[in-house]
Design a protein around this ligand. Structure first.
Ligand code: FAD
Length: 239
């Protein structure tokens, strides 16, 4: 059953210049069951709009269910709520309600290659899914096309650069649109059909997960369909 919980922030990391990765704890966390890739609604009791209502936003859980005792989130600065998050301190109390969402891996994905496309802060839900796959010692072929503008926008860099050694078959394709070297092999362009053909070769035996802003998801989904993926093999989450 979906419930709400009053959480306390116990750790904050300035992961990039405009993102914060933070951990929260709360009473009853041991009974909070979620599936990698799900999200919660989040708000702060004293952070209200002009009409006096709490400002609520959806945030993916970036940690995976095996990471017990806390939930981790990754929030990128946009406007109202996320700007407040940039300035919060350890000890801040945040309400969450959830979990929600179907951007998850299920048993029918287990014998397939998994293809992730993440734009910007969309990497949050992919981290949860990848961490879960790592915990399961997955032997599946995993592809991650991760789009961001400049080298300084590379969220979760320290963890992601270790993944080629942690998975048997991890194909990491950072797509850095400014062309700035992020410190490992990359493509200096937005993801496009040519790149999809280059890395994926064929749509056979693959499941696709696309997450990011509305325009990013629409663009990438269109390309995936052009490449030959069937609608039922494409899962999307729009931030
Ligand atoms: C399922 C789901 C999961 C999500 N997970 C994450 C996550 O893990 N991490 C994350 O960072 N985000 C995530 N988001 C996005 C998040 O919910 C918020 O939408 C985001 O943080 C922006 O909220 P905000 O209050 O800071 O910005 P808002 O004030 O809501 O503004 C959002 C955007 O609206 C536009 N806008 C608003 N007002 C104006 C204006 N006056 N002029 C011009 N443009 C305007 C701008 O483009 C702005 O960037 C998720 C969204 C969904 C639906």
């Amino acid at each position: 059953m979906v419930q709400k919980y009053k959480t306390k922030v116990i750790e904050i990391r300035e992961d990039t210049h405009n993102t914060r990765v933070f951990k929260v704890v709360f009473d009853g966390i041991e009974n909070f069951n979620f599936i990698a890739g799900q999200f919660v609604m989040m708000w702060k009791e004293d952070f209200k709009n002009e009409q006096g209502y709490e400002i609520k936003r959806a945030y993916s859980i970036a940690s995976s269910p095996d990471q017990k005792g806390y939930l981790e989130f990754c929030i990128k600065k946009e406007r109202v709520f996320s700007s407040m998050i940039m300035n919060m301190e350890v000890g801040t109390e945040l309400w969450i309600e959830g979990p929600h969402g179907k951007f998850i891996l299920d048993n029918k994905h287990r014998d397939k290659d998994i293809v992730f496309f993440a734009g910007g802060s969309g990497i949050s839900s992919v981290m949860s899914l990848m961490r879960a796959l790592k915990y399961e010692k997955s032997k599946q072929n995993i592809y991650l096309f991760y789009g961001f503008r400049e080298a300084k926008d590379f969220i979760f860099k320290n963890e992601l650069i270790t993944y080629p050694n942690k998975f048997e078959n991890f194909n990491f394709v950072p797509c850095v649109t400014s062309g700035q070297d992020p410190g490992l092999p990359f493509e200096s362009k937005r993801v496009n059909l040519e790149l999809i053909k280059k890395y994926l070769v064929s749509p056979e035996n693959k499941k696709v997960f696309i997450v990011g802003s509305g325009p990013y998801v629409v663009d990438v989904r269109k390309m995936c369909k052009e490449f030959g993926f069937k609608s039922e093999d494409i899962h999307v989450e729009v931030y």
